[in-house]
Design a protein around this ligand. Sequence first.
Ligand code: ADP
Ligand code: MG
Length: 714
Amino acid sequence: MLTLDTELSHIKGINKRIIAGLAKMGIATVRGLLLHLPARYDDFSQASGIADLAIGQTATVRGHVRKISMRRTFRRNLTVIEAVIADHTGAIRAVWFNQPYLMNTLAVGTPGSFAGKVTYAQNGLCLSSPVYEPEEAEATHTGGLIPIYPETKGVTSRGIRYLVKPILQALGQIPDCIPAPVLKYAKLPDFTTALNAAHFPQSLEQAETGKKRIAFEDLFLLQMANLQTKMRLAQEPATPIPWTPAERDHLLAALPFTLTLSQRGALDELLMDIARPNPMNRLLQGDVGSGKTVVVAIAALLAAKHGFQTAILAPTEVLARQHYRTIARLFGAAIHDWHSSVALMTGHEARMFYGEDLETAVPKARAAERVKDGQLHIVIGTHAILEKSVSFHKLALIAVDEQHRFGVEQRATLGKKTSAASKAAHPLIPHFLSMSATPIPRTLSLTVFGDLELSTIDELPAGRLPIVTKIVPDASRTKAYDFIRAQVKQGRQAFVICPRIERASADTDEGIPAAKSHWDDVKAVEEEYDRLAKRVFSDLRVGMLHGKMKSAEKALIMKRFADGELDILVATSVIEVGVDVPNASIMAIEDADRFGLAQLYQFRGRVGRGEHQSACLLFTANRSTIARERLTALMTAKNGFELAERDLLLRGPGEFLGQHQTGLPDTMMGALKNIELVKAARAGALATLEEHGEKQSPLLAERLAKFKHSIHLE
Ligand code: ADP
Ligand code: MG
């Protein structure tokens, strides 16, 4: 029996070459074929009288073959079939290339429809390679809208149409995995109707609705998967952290500032969650400098007060060190009074802080021992180090910077490693907080991160001046450098960011683009550094920072910059996340058009953190309107979220987040742009789960399992 899962190669009578061609496009099953949707539709619905045809028109002609002949061209060795098609108004030539079999189909006198483009050749009008449909046949190809598919060698649109039509007919009514009430709610047709509409629509509108329903399925399954994860996790045991309002207020009072309203809101949500006996799963979003670290630190300290441990994971060592310092600087007294402790653990060093000396280095093994016996409460390190080499005594909270997903298994493993928990019957799953300065558009946070609760800090601490942002064309370069020099003379500091350079020609024979482009990164920065340090700013102190430097070297450069010993720091995008130097007031970005908007936004966030008026200079040699429009968006957008939405529309979510972060196939990404569809999918999934819980229909359960497997959710 023919089903969606039937392999095309098992269906009798399908041409082997088409099967091979489809396989090259990744299409092997009936489902794959049916989900290979038309890219567009040609409208051949109106039959025209031959006498009325005009050059350039795409038309359907009803008539009969009056004459037909085949010849071969010598130069290009093509077969050419020429025919004359006639109807009651006149006659027109038709030409086909390399379709010799048509000689058998189109004998003189054959009636039918011919649909194609009207061109002018050899003194007359001509139908060029028209699609032919016999008179009696059902109008697969020429009546109404004709689907045009993405093609490949050996697989033409016509070939696909010939396959799809009978397969759809043979399948009949295909069971739909989406519950009927959900489709009704979303105002979408069932799967069978949708497939027929997408492949052989009566109108473009119908085609769109069909395609929408097909996209909806992925969104729905994703929501189901995320919500299921969320519900399952909510039933796992976790350590409730019994903080008291008095303790919280003690910490708040120790701060040299008051939290912004939205910091306070996020803090309340976070603290509420960690007091519960089920694991928190929360994403804390907020612009760079909005004060996320402080919020997390308060939660960590409250946990420490009650003897629990927190791991704070940063993407880079520079950032880990910065978190360590921020927490020590802001909460030194409380850490001391509460006999708490903070540790910094990176690949290269370990430091411990008990409220007094910040920079005491200790052997890493000793720090690891203290973590294991529970004497170190707040452990700050890079993602990698904590996953690998450290086990905890009572790990209750994990906070991760700029890494949205942290598998439940990873958490359970870290949690299990704790000696206290291993004695308990159930391993406790630590509470989890993901922090992100990448503003995530709403559609994405609703879908891709649909298993996470969301907290948002959407205001900056008072007193920050808006950053003046300017596009600098090459002609104004000197002026911009003068401006930077003048700022430095007033005591300010500047970043200069260089993008990756891709040298297409030299790269190819090496075959390892990733390694190569890293190298090019370094080279770009080194060249720019040379130029600035030796020529443009030879009178100033210029430093360099890139990802290939040893981490001790990086730390030293960052420290020198932070301490004001360098005026200008030339860097790659390593500077992107984190880094807090309030005295830096200029962010200059070379070839700014090569970065994504969200990334540029992150760079800009590096400045404007102190009391000084800051500026962001976007150097670009690209004069295209699109480049200019994108950069202008950076100047006009009210906040990161607005930019993120624009970036999403311009570049698509895959580019936006990077495939590794979403784990979703590109084909699904398009649907994520449609907020209404996303909302409907979420509502539908919620209702389905509320009604049926874990007992979904067998078909839905099966599809869901396959889907999860395909996006590596499980
Ligand atoms: P994020 O992690 O969101 O980028 P941080 O937590 O590192 O931001 O905070 C950036 C800077 O702002 C830090 O120096 C921090 O001490 C300071 N800060 C945080 N919250 C406030 C506030 N409410 N008022 C004033 N300064 C604040
Ligand atoms: Mg931060």
